[in-house]
Design a protein around this ligand. Structure first.
Ligand SMILES: Nc1ncnc2c1ncn2[C@@H]1O[C@H](COP(=O)(O)OP(=O)(O)OP(=O)(O)O)[C@@H](O)[C@H]1O
Length: 629
């Protein structure tokens, strides 16, 4: 394990390389042309500025030919600067769009390749991701930011060189711009820190907005009359964010205004110097006009430098987050070289050996190792540091899940069933203890490989608003476009009739937001079940209450079919089937029932034995049976 990963770990040079790499990889020709255009435009602007002196002096000395030629060259240089400037703008748009697309895919890839899901629940990680999403458009402007700063540097250097030829003292003028640059750096730092401080509040504000503006929450908002409450919360949190940003902006403004006054004083002094020299005949009128133009150019560049330097800083700090995410996704995953492939078939089964789990690091307010740092998930062999005070959600779970068995997991709300399912699916790693598949520790098996051999139907399944066929076919991407495979999976999920859903059967678009069809809660659940049936040779099939929206009889029939279909396959070919349900008719079909109570195994055995024991299982069974009588 490489330890914690911090934003500050990514040096400036690395950030530049990452973002430059994105721009040049996304649009190599356009990026090169963009550079050339901006440099050419800058050179033309400087040439046109110097032309002012030549034209003025030639006119005053009645050198009409020289004045006309210089004016013609000036006009040409100005025209060319405008053409290059337009070309530059066009190229900037193209490069930014393509680099933005490239960075978006990179972000999706990085966030999605971390094999476990613990990081999604860590506040610090969520804040960083929210900031990355906010700043991702800015990252694509890296090339633009560099080129604009380069233009400022070239204009400055050119301006100084020309001023030095007029009077060496005038070359000192740009030095008075340094306080402005420092003040800008200070102001940008203040604004950045304010943004980082506000990240959790901004995230909450976005959540409130999404809640108030999204369709799924619409029903409860109306029925419970929650809108005003949400608006109040949104207003309060927004004011807090804005107050912090305003305070930082005011302090920054005070610093940059002071620095601007310093430059204005130097500007006036330079003009007086040339004016006095002109009055005494030591400088020509052309020199005076050129000094005026150059001082104006430098002043404009200075204002731009302040803006562009802060733009570059922002882009680079966003680049730092991208570098952080790159490192985080690399260190969060296990060492690929030491990983084994999952077994082809389970011969013995899955053993849980003293498995403990706590969500310690994910809790809001859990101690941070250090500012801005995140601990990657535990690697094999290293114990996670979790405060002893945090409750264990799973405590000393030791059980053997025999190969080919149908196992039911029952227990009251919050007893740890879903958590156990996620551990078995390789989405979390145990805080202590181990899980072994045919004797091999899951921590040493490639998590992505293991997850490819798990067929899950989760309680909080996703409603993929694609076509109906795609929504089911996603369960096994290589066969996603095979209508026979999709229809068969739907039949196994007890939803064969959905294959004929009007108007286009499997080709029917789902989701009214896309002009498609909406399904009932139960139908959406059956699609999620269908996805779980797509995989051909899973080692573990998990149904984590995917039938909560189905009536008891449908659920019973469905699980009976699943159990029968499983048992029809030779035992050596069967996956382990894990059923999580609150209905005891379902548990009765299992070979083995695990009763969880407050994260511990309360009872273990088959339905008949557990009923005979007269323990928690029998008690809950009796309660439910009474409710149905
Ligand atoms: N992401 C999380 N972060 C922190 N705590 C969590 C998280 N998910 C679950 N918990 C806690 O872990 C405990 C077990 O939750 P789990 O979802 O595993 O229970 P369950 O038996 O599946 O419940 P249910 O029957 O209601 O689905 C609960 O106390 C819950 O509050």
């Amino acid at each position: 394990m490489t330890g914690s990963v911090a934003i500050a770990d990514a040096g400036w040079w690395r950030r530049v390389r990452i973002l430059f790499g994105a721009c040049f990889r996304a649009a190599p020709r356009h990026a090169t042309a963009l550079f050339a255009c901006q440099l050419a435009a800058t050179a033309c602007t400087l040439a046109a500025t110097y032309g002012v002196k030549v034209v003025t002096d030639a006119a005053l000395h009645a050198q009409a030919g020289r004045a006309l030629a210089a004016a013609g060259l000036m006009a040409g240089a100005t025209g060319l600067a405008a053409v290059f400037g337009r070309g530059y703008l066009q190229l900037t748009t193209t490069v930014s769009e393509r680099a933005g697309r490239y960075i978006d895919s990179e972000l999706m890839r990085l966030a999605g390749t971390i094999p476990t899901i613990e990081h999604y629940e860590r506040p610090q990680y969520a804040d960083q991701l929210a900031l990355i999403r906010q700043e991702r458009a800015g990252m694509a402007g890296m090339l633009n930011a560099v080129v604009l700063n380069l233009r400022v540097v070239v204009s400055f250097a050119g301006g100084i060189a020309i001023l030095a030829t007029l009077d060496p003292i005038l070359a000192l003028l740009p030095l008075f711009g340094i306080p402005a640059l420092l003040a800008n750096r200070y102001a940008a730092g203040l604004a950045q820190r304010a943004r980082e401080r506000s990240a959790p509040h901004t995230r909450l504000r976005n959540h409130l907005f999404q809640t108030a503006a999204s369709a799924p929450a619409g029903k409860e908002l109306r029925v419970y009359g929650l809108l005003d409450d949400i608006l109040d919360r949104h207003r309060a949190i927004s004011e807090r964010v804005e107050r912090d940003a305003r305070r930082a902006a005011l302090r920054g403004l005070a610093a940059t205004t002071g620095a601007a006054v310093v430059f204005a004083g130097a500007y006036i002094a330079a003009l007086l110097l040339v004016l006095v020299a002109a009055v005494h005949g030591h400088a020509t009128a052309g020199t005076l006009v050129l000094t005026l133009s150059l001082a104006g150019l430098i002043n404009a560049q200075l204002a731009s430098a302040v803006q562009y330097a802060s733009y570059l800083r922002r882009v680079l700090s966003a680049g730092g987050r991208l570098a952080w995410l790159t490192d985080y996704s690399r260190t969060a995953g296990p060492d690929q070289e030491r990983l084994a492939e999952p077994p082809v078939r389970l011969r013995d089964g899955i053993d849980l050996d003293g498995v403990c789990f706590r969500y310690a690091e994910n809790r809001v307010g859990s101690p941070e190792p250090s500012r801005g740092r995140l601990l990657p998930p535990r690697q094999p062999g290293s114990e996670r540091r979790a405060p002893e005070t945090d409750p264990l959600v799973l405590d000393q779970i030791t059980v053997h899940l025999p190969a080919g068995a149908v196992v039911a997991l029952v227990g009251e709300n919050g007893s740890g069933k879903t958590t156990l399912v996620k551990l078995l699916s390789g989405l979390y790693r145990p805080t202590a203890g181990g899980i072994r598949a045919d004797g091999t520790d899951l921590a040493t098996i490639d998590p992505a490989g293991w997850q490819r051999r798990v067929s899950p139907a989760f309680q909080d399944f996703v409603r993929f608003e694609f076509t109906l066929g795609e929504s089911v076919g996603l369960g096994d991407l290589p066969r996603a476009a095979d209508p026979d495979a999709v229809a068969a999976a739907l039949r196994r999920a007890g939803a064969g009739e959905l294959a004929e859903l009007p108007p286009h059967g499997l080709g029917t678009q789902l989701g009214t937001a896309w002009g498609g069809v909406d399904l009932s809660g139960g139908q959406w659940q059956k699609l999620a079940l269908g996805r779980a049936f797509m995989r051909e040779r899973p080692l573990l099939v998990v149904f984590d209450e995917p039938t909560a929206a189905l009536d008891a009889f449908t659920e019973q029939a469905l699980f009976r079919d699943i159990a029968e279909a499983t048992r029809a396959v030779p035992r050596s070919e069967r996956p382990i089937t894990l059923l999580v349900s609150h209905r005891f008719t379902t548990a009765a079909m299992a070979d083995l029932v695990i009763v969880l109570d407050h994260g511990r195994i309360a009872e273990l055995g088959d339905h008949a034995t557990l009923l005979g024991n007269g323990g928690l299982y029998a008690e809950l069974h009796e309660l439910q049976a009474r409710a149905y009588r």
